[in-house]
Write a protein that binds this ligand. Structure first.
Ligand SMILES: [Ca+2]
Length: 254
């Protein structure tokens, strides 16, 4: 009788985990679609300085609002503590303008420390060159990925989004075995994928704490929308582990 009750309880726990846990992932970014705006400022995003990002709602990438990350000493970010997780991914839509001088655009970086100091604490860094090629910083230097963006023709004031109809790009960053000798980073842009050599490090070999959209050192403004930062859901994993352990305990009791 006791065994029956125990088995039933275990079954309920596992079924609950399976029902609520699929696909066992959590998105750590809030307002990643930038649709929640108060007085021209995107809710849930921290601004490095006022005006770091503006609302490009004349021709948004998706929905009614899109973030325009302004070139200069600008950044917006969210905290996405990984709590020792080794597998995570982030995705976003973007539009970028061509530029002839300056080092980068679409500057996406994860930070270990508070990004208020934009020059220190970055872990992974992604940027676009003037040709729209995606580069990844492997700790030693910038690596060409061979992945090319569809750039938006620049009309009106150069290097500024001021009425252009943006050309959409979709980027996905996937980290597996992060921080281990088997660490692999893969970048998928518009359906083509670059995969780093196994064990390649990042700028700083540490678990990211912040997801940052940088205007710092950018040659031009760029547009971002539909940001997600996805990790395995710890609470659901813990329920599954607890269910599995109690099943094991029950079977041993028999
Ligand atoms: Ca949007």
């Amino acid at each position: 009788m006791i065994t029956l009750k125990c088995s039933s309880l275990c079954l309920v726990i596992v079924c609950f985990a399976a029902a609520t846990g699929s696909p066992l992932m959590a998105d750590l970014v809030i307002n990643g679609d930038f649709e929640s705006v108060t007085g021209g400022t995107f809710d849930s995003w921290t601004y490095g300085s006022a005006g770091s990002a503006t609302d490009y709602n004349t021709a948004p990438l998706a929905g009614s609002h899109t973030a325009n990350v302004v070139a200069g000493d600008n950044a917006i970010w969210q905290q996405v503590s990984l709590d020792g997780l080794t597998d995570f991914s982030w995705e976003l839509d973007y539009a970028s303008l061509p530029f002839s001088s300056g080092s980068r655009s679409l500057h996406v970086t994860t930070y270990k420390t508070d990004p208020s100091d934009l020059f220190n604490g970055n872990v992974d860094s992604i940027r676009l060159t003037s040709t729209g090629e995606l580069q990844y910083h492997n700790g030693a230097g910038w690596v060409n990925t061979g992945l090319l963006s569809n750039l938006t023709p620049d009309t009106g004031t150069l290097l500024v989004f001021d009425g252009e109809t943006p050309v959409l790009n979709h980027l996905k960053f996937v980290a597996s075995g992060y921080g281990s000798p088997e660490q692999v980073i893969s970048l998928t842009l518009n359906g083509s994928t670059y995969t780093s050599p196994a064990g390649q490090t990042s700028v700083m070999n540490a678990a990211p704490e912040y997801f940052v959209l940088l205007g710092l050192l950018s040659a031009s403004d760029y547009l971002v929308d539909n940001v997600t930062f996805v990790v395995p859901e710890p609470s659901v994993l813990m329920i599954l582990v607890a269910g599995g352990l109690s099943l094991l305990a029950c079977s041993r009791r028999k």
